[in-house]
Design a protein around this ligand. Structure first.
Ligand code: CA
Ligand code: CA
Ligand code: CA
Ligand code: CA
Length: 733
């Protein structure tokens, strides 16, 4: 049981960590403006002031209940709160999804919700890494033992050797690491709490544990004729994942055996002082009679080829796939939470109980029931393929459906009690532990695009199936510009402030059919009349139409599809003149940057870009794509985020002039010789500085973050105690 506990603990630990961010605790966050102005920052040359990072997803679904598409939603905060996903995508059962997503830097884990076509969903929390790999469903009951690894013969060895003579391992608590090929001539005896670690391959005639432990590690493949484990509470045999142990004679352990790998034993007798735990594949390979007197826990696949008896003292728990190919009789209790199959006759003796829980399934050819079958939790299914003989005293109780399709042959009065029913209609899905399931779940798909109505955001439109938002359906990112480029500005980053939210409309193949964008222009803290646009990383001719753009002054020429002319990539000019979008009716200089002046309502622009050919998520790139302003009606005077490429219409003669140090042929763009940008991008809510207030003054940790190359204070813009000088920010009147 220890691994299950460990994995649950690990999960709860991760969940608990989620409450705080990577930054220093708020109580220690005291103002430490290390520079007087942004101009004095000492910034690493390769830092582009990113507040987001890219995470690669490598996800699979295996053995899911339905042969259909599932909908993945990725959250950066707990989805049980009022959160909305940062990414959505379909995954077919049995298929792989590889894609890149953008998330705010400083996020420690991602919350992956998998929605099934039957309306069910479940949550997986994974620590953030550069690439997140995960397989859904397969691990439903099989615990996450992979992540715990195992010992090897390179570490922790007190004695390292090959097996060239009989070995008596008897130095107290020493680890004996045995590598190489075992030639079948030499035996091992373990005494005095020694640990023998087998890392090699081959045959060993006898292994005896008198006092101590034997470990079969990953990569080891060991065949043992006689494996004796004598009674001692400290004695243990552990086969790790990737390790294999075959025992060709009777195996009759008197102490604990734990298998994470592969164990094949010719014949098995589990003594009463043995606890047998299987997380991997355990097989009794011959039809010799198997007896269970000790406790068994199966979390993997456990197969008994012949007849077997589970005796009264055995506490037998099955959490995954349990197979008795012959007859089984039991006197003790079996608790089954997954799948149990008896190929022959299953006898449940008087006083014995087969307990089923939460949609478990049991199947046998014939049943002789003198004892009890009892369900708890959601309904379980007990299925008899041929003959059911239930005698007086037999009971089927509570949350169980009992299925004998050709009828119960003999039964007493009152066989079914407390809600148990005789029926075969319970629908149970196929999963990693239950290979047959029962019944066929129905999936409705009105537009036949392969996405169930339950998951289809466009259930009557076969070319559309989901919406994937960034940053999310109910949040925005912010783009904040300085507009004196190529000259330095004053670093209040409010000359033009635009919030954005993108909505990718996906078809059933995860291709982007439409890209919708909402741009909210909030502030104009400058006197220049700037335009604003975005460049997508796809050719202009894959766009079929663009709507929602505004051209006030006629300086932009467009193709028939609405993209800008003269561009190889798809460039969409949202508007050519911010001063006509955010019309200044206040009589004051600037719009929405001077505290005390009247405010102007922000402008909202909804842009829709339709693609003639649906684009893959990867080819389109990640939001915010490549947004830019062009300054004071001069189309070629573009200002982009640091590190982003100019469009084809940018005036290359301006690069490297005045304070700019752009090398458009390298990857050093829109930065000064001291690595300063002309724009910042923040996801998740950004209050820009008041007019002429340097961002390094308004945000106490901006300078620390910038000088660390984005490592420290990744959420410097968060409203946490000590982070913000509120009086330095613009407050709408
Ligand atoms: Ca029958
Ligand atoms: Ca559909
Ligand atoms: Ca659809
Ligand atoms: Ca400025």
């Amino acid at each position: 049981m220890h691994s299950l506990k460990k994995s649950l603990f690990a999960l709860s630990l991760i969940a608990a960590l989620g409450a705080c961010k990577e930054d220093e605790p708020a109580s220690q966050a005291t103002p430490i403006n290390t520079v007087a102005s942004t101009m004095d920052l000492n910034v690493p040359v390769d830092f582009n002031f990113e507040t987001t990072e890219q995470v690669n997803l490598d996800l699979n679904i295996e053995d899911a209940p339905l042969a259909s598409k599932y909908l993945l939603k990725v959250y950066t905060t707990n989805p049980s709160a009022a959160a909305s996903p940062v990414f959505s995508s379909f995954i077919d059962n049995g298929a792989n999804l590889q894609t890149a997503i953008s998330i705010p830097s400083g996020v420690l884990q991602l919350y992956l919700v998998m929605q099934a076509p039957d309306g069910s969903s479940f949550l997986t929390i994974l620590p953030k890494t550069n690439t997140i790999s995960h397989t859904f469903y397969q691990a439903k009951y099989k615990n996450q033992i992979e992540s715990f690894g195992g010992p090897d013969c390179n570490n922790g060895c007190d004695n390292s050797m090959t097996l060239t003579s009989n070995l008596q391992a008897d130095d107290e608590e020493d680890v004996y690491c045995i590598t190489g090929t075992y030639n079948g001539n030499y035996s091992i005896t373990v005494k005095d709490e020694a640990i023998v670690r087998l890392c090699g391959t081959g045959n060993i005639p006898n292994i005896t544990i008198n006092e101590g432990e034997v470990q079969i590690v990953s990569g080891a493949d060991v065949v043992v004729t006689n494996f004796n484990i004598n009674s001692d509470s400290d004695n243990e045999l552990v086969v790790y994942q990737g390790g294999s142990l075959t025992i060709t004679n009777w195996f009759s352990p008197n102490a604990d055996v734990t298998n994470y790998g592969t164990m094949n034993v010719a014949a098995l007798n589990v003594n009463s002082n043995c606890d047998l735990e299987n997380y991997g594949t355990f097989t009794v390979t011959t039809t010799n009679f198997t007896t269970f007197n000790g406790d068994v826990e199966n979390h993997g696949t456990f197969t008994v080829s012949g007849n077997a008896s589970i005796n009264g003292g055995s506490d037998f728990k099955n959490y995954c796939g349990l197979y008795f190919n012959g007859n089984l009789q039991h006197n003790g209790d079996i608790e089954c939470r997954a799948y149990t199959k008896v190929g022959g006759k299953w006898t449940i003796n008087g006083g014995a109980k087969h307990k089923m829980k939460d949609g478990a399934m049991a199947v046998c050819e014939d049943l002789l029931l003198n004892g009890r079958i009892e369900g708890s939790g959601s309904t379980s299914l007990f299925k008899v393929l041929d003959r059911t003989d239930a005698n007086g005293g037999a009971q089927v109780k509570k949350n169980v459906e009992f299925c004998d399709a050709n009828g119960i042959e003999t039964q007493p009065n009152n066989l079914f009690r407390n809600g148990a029913t005789e029926s075969c209609s319970l629908v149970l899905p196929v999963d990693a532990c239950n290979p047959e399931g029962n019944g066929q779940p129905q999936v409705q798909d009105a537009d036949s695009d392969g996405v169930a109505d339950e998951l289809d955001a466009y259930p009557n439109d076969a070319s559309r199936a989901a919406d994937s938002y960034f940053p999310s359906e109910n949040t925005y990112g912010t783009l904040a510009y300085e507009d004196l480029w190529p000259a330095f500005g004053d670093y209040d980053f409010n000359d033009l402030v635009v919030d954005y939210r993108y909505q990718q409309v996906l078809n059933a193949n995860n291709e982007v059919v439409d890209l919708k964008a909402r741009f909210v222009t909030r502030a104009m803290g400058g006197s220049l009349d700037n335009g604003f646009g975005i460049e997508l990383d796809v050719a202009q001719n894959v766009v079929s139409s663009v709507s929602g753009t505004r051209d006030f002054n006629g300086i932009i020429t467009t193709n028939a599809n609405g993209t800008e002319s003269g561009q190889s990539k798809a460039v969409v000019i949202v508007y050519d003149d911010a001063s006509q979008v955010l019309v200044n009716t206040t009589g004051q200089a600037f719009v929405n940057t001077v505290n005390g002046n009247p405010s102007i309502d922000p402008d909202t622009a909804d842009i829709t870009i339709n693609f003639s050919t649906p684009q893959t998520i990867v080819s389109l790139g990640t939001a915010p794509y490549n947004p830019f302003i062009f300054v004071d009606q001069t189309r070629g005077r573009e200002v982009h985020l640091a590190g982003e490429a100019p469009t084809d219409l940018a005036d290359a003669s301006l690069f490297g002039t005045i304070d700019d140090n752009t090398n458009p042929n390298g990857d050093f763009t829109y930065k000064s010789s001291n690595n300063l940008p002309w724009a910042v991008h923040v996801v998740g809510g950004f209050d820009y500085p008041e007019e002429r207030t340097d961002i390094s003054q308004a945000y106490n940790f901006f300078s620390v973050w910038a000088q660390s190359g984005g490592v420290s204070f990744q959420t410097w813009y968060d409203d946490q105690p000590g982070y913000i000088n509120a009086s330095d920010l613009y407050i709408a009147q």
